[in-house]
Design a protein around this ligand. Structure first.
Ligand SMILES: [Zn+2]
Ligand SMILES: [Zn+2]
Length: 126
């Protein structure tokens, strides 16, 4: 187990205690609400270090990253560009076709990330 600084441990505990996808500002705000003031630069560096250590996963958005627990079962994401809603999903056919695409290219697959952008059900009904 990696030895974590107190700040990094606090960031990891916060994210591991939820199912959300956090950005750095939200992490900084939640820590400060919990009485732990951690500078935003420290939060950014901590998130990056925790991801590099395999302790967090991330999704790359146009302007920022969002982080989530690394111990959830594999899933992909649909992100609403209007309200920011993040829908987790897995689709058996998509999973299988990615394997086929890799095999056809002699590519040894070790993982994948799939992020789909658009409007969620409630935004598209408005
Ligand atoms: Zn939406
Ligand atoms: Zn997720």
């Amino acid at each position: 187990m990696v030895k974590l600084t107190q700040h990094r441990q606090a960031i990891l505990d916060l994210i591991n205690a939820s199912n959300r996808h956090w950005d750095a500002d939200e992490v900084a705000r939640a820590l400060s609400d919990a009485g732990q003031s951690v500078g935003i630069a420290t939060v950014y560096r901590g998130l990056a270090a925790l991801e590099a250590a395999g302790l967090l996963d991330s999704i790359q958005l146009a302007d920022k990253k969002r982080y989530e627990r690394a111990d959830k079962a594999h899933h992909d994401h649909m992100i609403c560009t209007e309200c920011g809603h993040i829908e987790e999903f897995t689709h058996a056919t998509i999973e299988a076709l990615q394997l086929v695409a890799a095999q056809e290219r002699g590519f040894e697959l070790s993982g994948h990330q799939l992020t789909m952008f658009g409007r969620c059900k409630s935004c598209s009904q408005e």
